[in-house]
Design a protein. Sequence first.
Length: 380
Amino acid sequence: MTTPWGEPALSRFPEDPRERLRAWDASDEYLLTHLAERQVPLSGAVVVLGDRWGALVTALAAHGPVQITDSCLTQQATRANLARAGVRTGAVTLLTTQDPPPARVDVLLVRVPKSLALLEDQLLRLAPAVHEGTVVVGTGMVKEIHTSTLRLFERILGPTRTSLAVKKARLILCTPDPSLVRAANPWPYGYTLPDGIGAVSGRPVVSHAGVFCADRLDIGTRFLLGRLPAVRAGQRVVDLGCGNGVVGTAVSLAEPGAEVLFVDESFQAVASAEATYKANGVPGHAEFRVGDGLSGVPDGSADLVLNNPPFHSHQATTDATAWRMFTGARRVLRPGGELWVIGNRHLGYHLKLARLFGNCRTVAADPKFVLLRSVKREEA
């Protein structure tokens, strides 16, 4: 990436030599060019929110920025990109969306996230640290910035306008108004599950901002909840891509003697899963882990993996995440262990599972969803 501060070599995470998508886009370039052309002072506290793969903080590393992200994959990509650029450890502060925000912000750079709720939550958390002299610049591709995005900046921070579009990217320019009276942060959000879905019928759910279907039960998860396999005491179950933890909590409620591992790459999701689990007072044993799929989970340590894989990575539609989840599940399952996958029918997961496991059976299906089961066979 060519920037006014050099040309860092950047990669996404996990690195894949076949990957054609870059670790930055025109909106990152536009923002960095704007900072240089306007000679924005960067000697104060620089905070970067929503940096996709560390492109912004790597370019600005000499100014000691703070990165705030919901994604552990972003953090790992950032560490790798900083190391590749020869940036010393500790020069950039890496925070999660669950960490306490900085006490003061002199320059706030925002890479607009896909989730408007996550943007609302983070701007409200950062607003007390923003002062009248804070420079606030947001960036995103034109298709990512909507009227509702601008209204959020305006409502939480102050008067907001947009730039002209350059290479289909646009800037959001906000002038902080410390006198603004803001509503309380509505996140995390709680609701009660409907009846007729097994062990979690009528049970509470807690969702932090940005989690998939944070305010309601999505229809794919509902389809899975009505068809969960029986679990025995002592078995280890993984809720892979756990979101707000409804599936893993249902397993624990149905069999408190099971050990359940909740895993997601989102810090917001794992915090939600833990909050949902605690809100239900489950007496069982649970572990909550933020990570890249099942990396770090021991081989042959699980009896059952339950998975509703995502098929979007930011704006890109891809099955790369699902494939990593499936291969990780096969590795961590014991012989005879099972992977259950819920997905849209058109995604063709049965072909991948059959190739990976040597078997795949359809447990249930409707016009939209299919529930698949693959069993790890004894090694030859």
